[in-house]
Each structure stands twice: as C-alpha cells, then as structure tokens.
Design a protein around this ligand. Sequence first.
Ligand code: SF4
Length: 466
Amino acid sequence: MEKFVEITAAGLQDTFAAADRILKEMQGCGRKYYVESYGCQMNEHDAEKIAGMLQACGYSKAETKNDANLILYNTCCIREHAEKRVFGNIGALKKRKEEDPGLIICVCGCMMQQKAVADRLFKRFPFVDIVFGTHELHRFPILLEKALSGERVISVRESDGEVVEDLPVIRNGSFSTFVTITYGCNNFCSYCIVPYVRGRERSRSPENIVNEVRELVRQGYKEITLLGQNVNSYRYDDVDFPELLRQVNEVEGDFRIRFMTSHPKDLSPRLIDAMATLDKVCNHIHLPVQSGSNAILSAMNRKYTREKYFALVDAIREKVDGVELTSDFIVGFPGETEEDFEDTLDLARRVGFSAAYVFMYSPRAGTKAAKMENQIPEEVKKERLLRLNACNAEQLQAANAGKYVGTNGTVLVEGCDTRGPSSMAYGKLTNFKMVYFPGGPELIGKLCRVNITDTQNNSLIGELAD
Ligand code: SF4
C-alpha cells in the first residue's frame, strides 16, 4: 500500500478555528442544516462527519428542507442518471434562494470530485454557494466561512486525499454504526469510477480504529461495521485485515463486528480463520462476484475466476459455522453473451446466496468499460436482470424452507412494525438473515435470543426465547 499523509487534530486547527468563528457569529441565531446524502455507506458516513462539523459551527438539524438555512447535497456518481437527478434537485432551489438570499446551498461528494462536472454545476447554478470534492471534506468549515461572507467557493483537489482523524461525527444510528478502516481503492475494476473520485487506497492506523470502536461500545453501540471499498487489502505496517479484526475483537463489551466490502481476489485463508474463530465477528460475508463468466470477469478486471470464487465459497462454508453469503451482480456488461449470462445463472444457482443485489450495467464516463464496443441493448439487460432476480429468489426460498425452522439465534432489533394486528419487532441474525417476531418498540437496539418457527419470503419468523 502506498504512503499516505495522516491529518490529526493538530493539523485541523484552521478547520476548528473557522468553526469556532462561525459558532461565535451564529450564537442565538437558531441556524439549521439539512443534509441529503446519496449512495453507499462511505457517503453516509461522510454525511455524518458533515453534520458533526455543522453542529460544531452552531447549526442544528432541520426536520425538513423548508426549515433549513443551509442545504447540502452529498452526491454519488455510481448510479445511472445520478447527475440528472442532482442537477434537477439543485435547479429546484433557485426560487427558494431568490426568496431567501441568506440560504446557503452546498454540493459535495463523489460527483463533485469529477472536476468537469463540478465546474459545470458551479457555472450553471450561480445561486450555489459551495462546491467541494471528497478530498476537501475536512475543510468544510473554512469554505462555509467564506460563503457566509458572501463569496462563492469551488474547491476540488485532484491529488489524492489524506487520512483525516478527529473530525466531529453526528451518527445517524444509536445501536449500529460504521467505522471507516480504509479510504480509496487501487483496483480499477473497468466499470467503476470509485478509484478516480476517492483516490488511492489509504488505511487508518489500527490504534485509531480500535480506540474509535472502544468509544462507540462505551456509548452503547451493539454493532460496528468496518468500512472500506476493499477491506481485505487493509494494511498498516505489519497489521493486515485479519490481525485488525483480532484487535477489534479484543475490545471489551457486548457487541458484534461486521465488515464490507470484501474483494474476492484479496480474501485470504487467514481471514476465513479469523471469521471462524473470533467470537464477535459475524458469520456473514458480502462477497460481490459481479459475473459468473470468466471472460466477463477478465473484461471487468476483477482478477479472479469463477473457479477461484467457488473455492472461496467452499472454504468459507467449511470453516465458518452457520455462515451466509450475499453478493452483487452486474448484468449486461459490454460483450456479455447469452452463454456468459448462463454462466452467471449457473454460479448463482450453485452458490445459493442469502441475498443478491443485481444491477444492470450502465457506462460511467471516464472508465475503461464505457469505451468498450459491444455495449448491450437495454432490453437485453432488463430481461437478464429479471431472470437473475428470479433465479436468486428461487434459490433463497428453497434454502430458507428447510434450514432455519427449529433453530435459534441472536437478533439485533432494528425496528418495529406496528401496522398489523400485533406489533412485530425485526432485526438480523449474526449471519444477516432478517427475522420478524412478536415484540414492541422497547426492544429496538437490544440483542434478543429468538427461536425460529417459520419462514416468509426472504425472511424468518420467530418468537422470543425464554
Ligand atoms: S474494488 Fe472495484 S468495484 Fe470496488 S470500489 Fe474498487 S474499483 Fe470499484
């Protein structure tokens, strides 16, 4: 892994000083912010840091966009039509800004890290106050101070980002949360824009990660998800991902550890051993396969074959008790023949994922795959998406039917559905299976022992154990 620069509290003095000045200036003004975040958990966690910085500046959270004095869009560029939607959302704020010139409008995130897009947005919408890229997140209060004094600011740094510690965070959940362990990605899968907008892979120090986890457990969090574009390639000096898991597992307390995302090419036997032996690490792995065809995997630059994937699945199932696998697929990648797609169906049938997220390929400007010939017509992509979804659903129902009834497990209760005749609590087992059982909102955030009595579609039905 390449060298990286770490910025801690001492290096954030300008940021904190700007936040302090805004706080003093704003005192008693009752300023409110509204943050809308798109895309993956990384972006969601960035939005939590943005909220942390805004609260340090004296802003409080607005219930709706209409109550806000500051509106921020944290953009994503992974999904199709993302740009159109963001531009539409911003355009809709024009009238609001005319009526309330003091309103601050900010746009950041992965889409704004694409300099051409950021420039286009800044030019097209003169009422937008701040545009910044992913590598400038920790400088947000500095940019905000300028905007509050009437300046329009655009800040997109094209060089790689650093590892920034010690930013304030306002977390969305109170019992389950994320801890970032790596930033960026070195893999350059041919369809993916992430390495271009998140920079090269950078790992946080194990000490900082373990301290953050310890503090979250002390605050009562019951589930920590370690986050990275590819957690399996985490490395800091001699510490690799299995060793990091061991260190996090040693943190005292009643909590469980999840991680995502795992790239199959970097999944080591040591990681499988760590999952099998560390008591707090969940027996679930999200292992995106993307395609079951070796020709397409090679064109995607995934650097593994279907045979290697099968071998990994076998090794994981052999060692990790009660494990479930989930995955991502892309259908209709350039050049995908009916035969290639049949290989994907075959892989899905043979593995039997407990959940699978299927996406139709759509080109991202600037990636290798976008320039490939043999792009697949939309109707073929749609038809393959439906067939693969149906195949996955069939496998899942067959697997659910026999395997779980009569067993028991621990559920972390996420919520409560009160719409039916009786209130049903719901949450996930350690292996990510969703369970519904009779119970009220007082169980939310608790770890409950549940007996499984039935199945329903993709979920399980249970009752509280004695
Ligand atoms: S591993 Fe591949 S798909 Fe995942 S973020 Fe990196 S380049 Fe994108």
